[in-house]
Design a binder for this molecule. Structure first.
Ligand SMILES: [Zn+2]
Length: 423
């Protein structure tokens, strides 16, 4: 049994932070949370002194790509698929160490990676996976390069990552069924172009409403939902018309689109850090990033931030997502800082990264808040995150990460049983 004391509880429910509390954890669940005077610490419990830090639910990042890191096309060409998969292992560890205990991998990771985490072979956040990116020919997920080489989705494929390039209702239907057969929790569609594709623009629409609706139907038939890489306005609209529940990036939102999102309870996963990561990479490695990608990244930043601000003001549901893989893994906390810089309160940014993200992933009965009965995904962050959201942006400030009541990271003096796969 673990007892966490002497910190500020930010429970994810949005109420005032509470001090002078004790949180008890037995096996993998939270068993008590109350005032120190009311919750007795059982004899033999391991007492964890949070030393005045912030105690939060484990963070949830609803948009990562573990099998990518930086858009380095040349490196991608020289990396065999087996190595590409193994490279995910340290990235998953870095993500845990940033305080993220649950992710949605938004394409590129096969279901085997999630299974390895569930079996304790690899230490990583619990995962939902989209596996493939369903895209039209020449669309955002088409790995065909101008040299006429087809390198597959973002530079290399595995046999259990189906090729998502599909045109027309029947091809899309088949592609969705193949991705579901491969074990996908989500169907990811590209309904617009993007920054890191070679032959389209972020504003161009991809897939028709009929094609997208077919994907939504086939996913729903197996109790799954669709997420859309959607940057341009028309492609966002098409995704919403077809019943997509999770709009990724949402660069060019309009009042009309925001109304649709509100009416449909659709989520925005903003990934504010993604284009900034591309710009940073292009400045550091102008020789490695294809120039049209750098130009596109610069072109979207202003509209992206403006759209996010509009969505926050209108009360659109927002779940935190970083698109890590476009940039470095393990810097997930920086997204919270960007969300606050662009119009959220620190509490809103924390909720988007906990309770709201859990709701999008249909995990809210188990995760996303600090409440009795929930899984003990708990992090301790040095400092007062509500007054200084930057404290959570630096992984060095994340002192303890518990996933299912086991330590995925422990910088404290107290010994805590360790998560499997960390040896
Ligand atoms: Zn992405």
């Amino acid at each position: 049994m673990l007892a966490i004391t002497n910190g500020t509880i930010i429970d994810g429910l949005g109420g005032d932070p509470r001090t002078g509390m004790t949180l008890l954890i037995e096996n993998e669940r939270i068993t008590a949370l109350g005032r120190q005077s009311e919750v007795a610490i059982p004899r033999g419990a391991q007492v964890i002194d949070a030393m005045g830090g912030s105690i939060l639910p484990g963070l949830i990042d609803t948009h990562v790509h573990f099998t990518m890191e930086f858009p380095d096309v040349l490196r991608g060409l020289l990396t065999p698929p087996s190595l590409r998969l193994l490279l995910a292992i340290p990235r998953m560890r870095a993500t845990l160490e940033a305080g993220v205990t649950t992710v949605r991998d938004a394409a590129g990771a096969p279901a085997g990676l999630k299974m390895a985490v569930e079996r304790g072979i690899i230490a990583g956040p619990r995962m939902q996976v989209a596996i493939s990116l369903i895209s039209q020919t020449g669309g955002h997920g088409d790995g065909f390069y101008p040299c006429c080489a087809d390198i597959g989705f973002f530079g290399g494929s595995f046999t259990d990552i189906p090729n998502g390039v599909a045109d027309g209702v029947e091809e899309v239907r088949k592609a969705v069924r193949e991705v579901l057969r491969a074990g996908a929790d989500w169907i990811k569609l590209a309904t617009t172009g993007g920054v890191l594709s070679t032959s389209d623009a972020p504003t161009s629409s991809q897939l028709t409403v009929d094609e997208i609706a077919t994907a939504v139907y086939e996913a729903a038939a197996q109790e799954k939902r669709c997420m859309a890489h959607a940057q341009g306005s028309q492609g966002i609209k098409n995704a919403l018309l077809a019943g997509v529940v999770s709009i990724e990036h949402g660069v060019y939102l309009t009042e009309e689109l925001i109304d649709m999102m509100l009416k449909q309870d659709a989520y925005l996963v903003p990934t504010l850090i993604a284009p900034l990561s591309v710009i940073e990479f292009s400045q550091g490695h102008p020789d490695l990033l294809p120039p049209m990608m750098a130009i596109k990244a610069v072109s979207v930043v202003e509209a992206h931030q403006k759209s996010f601000r509009m969505a926050v003001e209108a009360g659109v549901k927002i779940a935190m997502g970083t698109d890590s893989g476009v940039g470095r893994h393990g810097e997930n906390g920086k997204e919270l800082l960007l969300m606050v810089k662009n119009g959220m309160t620190p509490m809103q940014a924390i909720q988007a990264s906990t309770a709201e993200a859990a709701q999008l992933l249909h995990l809210k009965d188990e995760l996303g808040t600090l409440e009795v009965g929930k899984l003990a995904d708990v992090i301790i962050v040095d400092g007062d995150v509500l007054n200084d959201i930057a404290s959570i942006a630096n992984p060095a400030n994340v002192k303890l990460v518990l996933k299912d009541g086991l330590a995925a990271k422990n910088m404290l003096e107290v010994p805590v049983p360790t998560l499997a796969g960390l040896a």
